[in-house]
Design a binder for this molecule. Sequence first.
Ligand SMILES: Nc1ncnc2c1ncn2[C@@H]1O[C@H](COP(=O)(O)OP(=O)(O)O)[C@@H](O)[C@H]1O
Ligand SMILES: C[C@@](O)(CCOP(=O)(O)OP(=O)(O)O)CC(=O)O
Length: 199
Amino acid sequence: MEDRGSGPELILVFSGKRKSGKDFITDLIQNRLGSEVCCILRLSGPLKQQYAQEHNLDLDQLLGPGPYKELYRADMIRWGENRRNQDSGFFCRLATSGDQKPVWVVSDARRLSDLQWFRSEFPRQTRCVRVQCSEETRVQRGWSFTPGVDDAESECGLDSGVEFDWIITNEADAPSLDEQLQPILKAAQEAASLVRADP
Ligand SMILES: Nc1ncnc2c1ncn2[C@@H]1O[C@H](COP(=O)(O)OP(=O)(O)O)[C@@H](O)[C@H]1O
Ligand SMILES: C[C@@](O)(CCOP(=O)(O)OP(=O)(O)O)CC(=O)O
C-alpha cells in the first residue's frame, strides 16, 4: 500500500476570474469540512508578504478584500512575474510549506505553471476546480475591467488549455452551490476518512 505520510490526501486547486467567487466558495468548503480537516492556502499570501516588505506597505490591507490591494495589483503582478520567471514554483512552495491538514484548498491559481507545479509535486492528490460566472454578475459584485490586470496572464492564464475536474457556476440562476459542491465535498470527506483510518 502507498505510504500516505503526513502530506495532504486531496488538493483542490481553484481558479477563476476576479469576483467570480473563489474566496466565497473556498470559505464555504472550509466551513462545511471544518478547519481540522481543511486549510485554505493562498498563493498570493507569500507574494503579498514579500511585496509589502520590499515596498514598505501595509500587509493586512494588501491581504484584505478592500480597495487598497487594487492600488498595487498591476505592480504586484509585474513584480510576481519577475519572481516566477526565475523560479515558477516559488510562491507555490512558500504557500504550501508546513501545512498538515488532509485537505488543502488552494484558492487562487492563476497560471498554467501553478497547476503544473501541483500536478507534478502531488500527482495523486491534485484536482483542479474552475469557478465561473457572467461578466454581468462580476460587475454586480464590484468588478470593472482594468487594463494591465484583466487582460494579463494573472487573469487569463487558465482561460484555455486546462482540463478541469469540476466547474462551478456561481450565479443566482445556476443550480445551488450546495448541489454543485456535493461531489467535491464527498471527495474531500473520503480523503479525510482515509487519513483517519491510516494513522
Ligand atoms: N454565491 C454568492 N452569494 C453571495 N455573494 C457572493 C457569492 N459569490 C460571491 N459573492 C460575493 O461577491 C464578492 C466577490 O467574491 P469573491 O469570493 O471575493 O471573489 P474572488 O475571490 O473570485 O475575487 C464578495 O463580496 C462575495 O461575498
Ligand atoms: C498579485 C496577485 O497575487 C494579486 C492577487 O490578489 P488576490 O488573490 O487578493 O486577488 P482576488 O481574490 O482576485 O481579488 C495576482 C497575481 O498575479 O499573482
